[in-house]
Structure formats: structure tokens, C-alpha cells
Design a protein around this ligand. Structure first.
Ligand code: SF4
Length: 169
């Protein structure tokens, strides 16, 4: 899959853009990650066991929210993460969901949940977050249209990345 100009960008891709542009390019070309990767396995486990009673996934366009709940008349979109290691990326992903809703005339606020740390953070869609998202969308499109991926750059995320073998062996 190479993104066309009009392709809708999902929240997961926004998250990966903050982690590694090379990873986004690989995903755009449908290069399959290593399914036995420990981080992916932990993510699946948390996905299955956390918030079992209150959680329900909601599909909205090309996005899938972890759960949506209403409190005092306000719509709250939540995103569950296995750690706050990439908190900025997670906040942008959630802001992307809020922005997608806003484009449909729905005002919502977000909450990031880090169950293994017993912590949560509010995410409010501000004008500066919207500007940041617009820049991310443009860069994702420009990156995906390149014939070759950005060079692999060693970072703290490589250690648990499902593409590590592809990049570094
Ligand atoms: S291993 Fe590192 S450079 Fe390669 S895709 Fe993953 S994060 Fe990016």
C-alpha cells in the first residue's frame, strides 16, 4: 500500500510517525513486522486483559478507539498504552482521533491510560496540536511517496521494534 494523496491516515500511523519515519515507510509498503516480537505480544496481552468490563472498541473512519465513554454529557475517547515510554507519540495519536471527530462536528476530550503504571493523562485538542497534526499528515504522505525508506537510525525504540531484525541484521 502506498498512500495516495487522498488516503485517510489512521491513528496508529500517526503514532509510528513520532517513533520512526523509516517504520512508517515500511508499513506503507506492507513490509510485515516480526509477529513474535515481545513488545507486540505484551500489547496484545494488555489489550485482552485491561478494562475488560468497560472497554469496547469503536471504529470511526479509518480509526479504532480503545473505548469511548460519556461523562457529564462529554464524549471521552480513551487510548490504552502498555507504557508511557512514547507518551508524546501516544498523545498525538489520541489528538488525531479527537481531530477526526471534530471534523465531523463532534467535540470530545481524550484520556491516555497507562495501566501498568496506574496512571492516566488528559489530552485536549488545542490549535497547536492541530497544527502539529497537519504537519505530521503532510510528512507521512511525503515519506511514503519516496522510492526508498529513510535510513535506519539507532534509537531507544529499536530495541523493541518489530522491524529490528529487518533494519539491523
Ligand atoms: S528498528 Fe529502529 S530504525 Fe528500524 S524501523 Fe524500528 S525503530 Fe526504525
Amino acid at each position: 500500500m502506498v498512500f495516495s494523496e487522498n488516503a485517510r491516515i489512521g491513528g496508529t500511523l500517526v503514532w509510528y510517525h513520532s517513533i520512526c519515519r523509516r517504520q512508517v515507510w515500511l508499513m506503507s509498503r506492507s513490509v510485515a513486522p516480526d509477529k513474535d516480537n515481545d513488545a507486540l505480544a505484551l500489547g496484545r496481552l494488555i489489550d485482552q486483559n485491561t478494562f475488560a468490563r468497560e472497554k469496547h472498541q469503536v471504529a470511526f473512519g479509518d480509526n479504532k478507539f480503545d473505548f469511548v465513554s460519556g461523562k457529564d454529557g462529554a464524549l471521552i475517547v480513551s487510548e490504552v498504552k502498555k507504557s508511557s515510554r512514547a507518551e508524546k507519540a501516544s498523545a498525538l495519536q489520541l489528538a488525531h482521533y479527537l481531530y477526526e471527530l471534530k471534523k465531523e462536528g463532534i467535540d470530545a476530550r481524550g484520556v491516555l491510560h497507562f495501566p501498568t503504571e496506574k496512571r492516566k493523562e488528559d489530552v485536549i485538542l488545542t490549535d497547536s496540536l492541530i497544527a502539529e497534526l497537519e504537519a505530521v499528515y503532510a510528512d507521512i504522505g511525503a515519506n511514503a511517496s519516496q522510492q526508498t525508506p529513510p535510513a535506519a537510525t539507532q534509537s531507544k525504540y529499536c530495541l523493541k521494534c518489530a522491524y529490528a531484525e529487518y533494519c539491523w541484521s
